[in-house]
Ligand binder design. Structure first.
Ligand code: SF4
Length: 394
């Protein structure tokens, strides 16, 4: 998914192409001899309780262990002092809490912070921390790369590599929480799936991770504080309605099918009418609204007529709009709309009665907007073949 606050890929290319990488990689990854152990970060409460039960233990052990792992940030069983010695020893021999490795950690002068995490197979993903008045948001990834090939998104240039496991998804929050606690920063209060990847195409692992985010024995975040952003995978949206109540954002970016199909090729499969109906069904009749993300592209989707068309399109959808100033990356054909144009576009939507905010760019000094991967990504994916599949199949 796409947001504009930081440029995931650009950071990868600049930092990780050289200097800071090797020094930054932490050694909290498992050793090769530990590979057969179960990583407890992969479990939500239900699956951990079942795992304990299968081992002849009481299911409530899951609550105790989850609290140690996710609330205390513990990664050693010896620290879990309300477990008996024998159980701790047994856990030591069969399980582990395997964190992501920090390959780089960059802090912006505006307080935002960006991590590059290295996975056990050498792939790298990024997470961004954005503190604001009264809240601190963590933007996380759900896949390595992305198959959906949105034309304005630098993540798309990497192609799709693989889905992240539950441990790798929740591991971003776990590691961020630990690192923030260590230096006294505000804890994460909100999580958004707006980093690399389409979360609804990694459904099971994403849902398990969101259960942990919402679990009182783990992060205890309310449904309003966990937001999944999708390009509009309609079957996934339907499935989501049955599985979860988290907040929803749609990468909209255009007021009509012709332009949206150009910007978000998935639109050729799931057109606006169908996607918006699925969004409407997801939020139901209550007071909840879908956040519509709209990246402002100069002379592409930013005219007065398009603002009016957008207002008409959303007339019957409970929605608010986030206007996102585009953050250009090398080789892109798009440019950012001017501040005046963005203001004018916003005013038209406001006057039509739609709550519209312009997202502030953050972290410019640590490489701008996320989801705009550029540069020296490591494409291990035979990208063209995969994109051929992605645009027709996903
Ligand atoms: S290609 Fe599209 S769906 Fe994938 S990360 Fe970029 S904006 Fe999101």
């Amino acid at each position: 998914m796409y947001t504009t606050l930081f440029d995931f890929g650009r950071l990868s290319s600049r930092i990780f192409g050289g200097l800071a990488v090797t020094a930054g990689i932490q050694s909290s990854i498992m050793s090769s001899s530990d590979k057969a152990k179960v990583n407890l970060l992969d479990f939500d409460r239900a699956s951990m309780a079942a795992w304990f039960e299968a081992r002849g233990e009481k299911p409530f052990r899951a609550q105790q262990v989850l609290k140690w792992i996710h609330q205390q940030g513990v990664d050693e069983f010896t620290a879990m002092t309300n477990l008996g010695k024998a159980l701790r020893a047994e856990l030591e021999s069969v399980a582990e809490i395997r964190a992501l490795a920090v390959a780089a950690d960059r802090k912006s002068t505006d307080g935002s912070r960006k991590w590059l995490f290295e996975l056990a197979d050498g792939n790298r993903i990024e997470s961004v921390y954005i503190p604001e008045e009264g809240r601190a948001t963590l933007c996380i990834s759900s896949q390595v790369g992305c198959a959906l090939n949105c034309s304005f998104c630098s993540t798309a240039r990497q192609g799709y590599n693989r889905n992240l496991s539950t441990a790798e998804i929740i591991g971003q929050l776990w590691m961020a929480s630990r690192l923030l606690r260590a230096d006294g920063s505000a804890p994460v209060s909100n999580v958004v799936f707006m980093g690399m990847g389409e979360p609804l195409l990694n459904f099971d692992n994403v849902i398990r991770a969101t259960r942990l985010m919402q679990d009182d024995f783990a992060y205890a975040l309310s449904k309003r504080r966990v937001t999944l952003s999708t390009a509009g995978v309609v079957p996934g949206l339907r499935q989501l309605a049955d599985a979860s109540d988290i907040s929803l954002a749609l990468s909209l970016h255009a007021p009509d099918d012709a332009l949206r199909s150009e910007l978000v090729p998935l639109n050729r499969k799931y057109a606006l009418r169908e996607v918006l109906q699925a969004c409407r069904d997801y939020v139901g009749e209550g007071r909840r609204r879908v956040t519509m993300e709209y990246v402002m592209l100069k002379d592409v989707n930013d005219s007065d007529a398009q603002a009016r068309a957008l207002a008409r399109l959303l007339r019957h959808v409970p929605a608010k709009i986030n206007l996102i100033p585009f953050n250009p990356f090398p080789e892109t054909r798009y440019r950012r709309s001017s501040a005046e144009r963005i203001n004018r576009f916003r005013d038209i939507l406001h006057n039509a009665g739609i709550v519209t905010i312009t997202r502030r760019t953050r972290g410019d000094d640590i490489d701008a907007a996320c989801g705009q991967l550029a540069g020296d990504f490591r494409d291990r994916t035979r990208r063209r073949e995969r994109l051929g599949v992605a645009t027709t199949e996903s």
